[in-house]
Design a protein around this ligand. Sequence first.
Ligand SMILES: NC(=O)c1ccc[n+]([C@@H]2O[C@H](COP(=O)([O-])OP(=O)(O)OC[C@H]3O[C@@H](n4cnc5c(N)ncnc54)[C@H](O)[C@@H]3O)[C@@H](O)[C@H]2O)c1
Length: 275
Amino acid sequence: MTVLTENPTRSITTPMVAIHPELAGKVAVITGAARGMGAIFARGLARQGVHVVAADINEADVVQTAADLNAMHNSSETAGRVIGTAVDVTVPEAHDALLQTALDKFGRVDFWINNAGIFPQAEILDITPQQINSTYQVNLNGVLFGAQTAARHMKENGGGSIINMASVAAVRVRVTRGAYNSSKAAVKHLTNCLAVELGPHNIRVNAVAPGFIDTEMTRWVHEQPGALDNALGTIPLRRIGAPEEVFGTLLFLLSDSARYVTGTTIAVDGGSQHI
Ligand SMILES: NC(=O)c1ccc[n+]([C@@H]2O[C@H](COP(=O)([O-])OP(=O)(O)OC[C@H]3O[C@@H](n4cnc5c(N)ncnc54)[C@H](O)[C@@H]3O)[C@@H](O)[C@H]2O)c1
């Protein structure tokens, strides 16, 4: 509560304390893990004893992130290991290479988190063919290709869990973000399609739909005059969320507590889907 008192609009970054012993020794692939939510997911899962392949288009940064996380957990006997590696999620074969890295390093893959995303801006009449294509390639095609690679492996290995990053923008219009909004709406529905077709193979597929979360992607909200007040006006809890708070929901979805949950999108948005 101290953080709330000191600065009521900032996010609360206290780590979640839920412990899921059933996750120890499992293996997760996370895309877009060089920074932001992907890096926090990698840290949180490693703390639960999950081995993580952290992948990003920015290879140097993701390798550094992995090294930092391993150093952070150096004194822990129970923490999972984190490997940093390159991936461009728009390339189907790159996902296959990522799977192979995970198998080479850890021998299995239980969880696949399609987290990489981009957030371009343009008024609707100014969206260029290049912008709509690149947005859909990363935010939508990247999710499909990742899920396909993961599911081919999981089908042969008794099942698994896939999580896709949607957004509150899947259900609410955020002006000047038409390409992004529509790509995330497609991710939400694609999640349902994947869940229905993959359920018989014991593969659960769910999405998380964050609202405003404090990362590089939303740094502009602290920089542009008036942007923070406007954003807070769309958030009933009247503060920006922390990546750690999204991790709490991701952890639930991966855990046995959610073993009968599939085809669902959980909002982690301070209530902003309703405004
Ligand atoms: N921050 C928010 O408020 C918010 C809200 C809703 C949804 N999301 C979604 O959550 C996810 C993570 O967002 P974040 O805030 O941590 O963003 P971020 O910009 O901090 O991190 C995104 C990461 O994805 C990587 N990436 C981009 N293109 C890639 C590609 N082609 N291949 C591999 N990696 C690529 C980037 O290098 C970066 O490290 C995204 O899908 C985003 O759309 C974010």
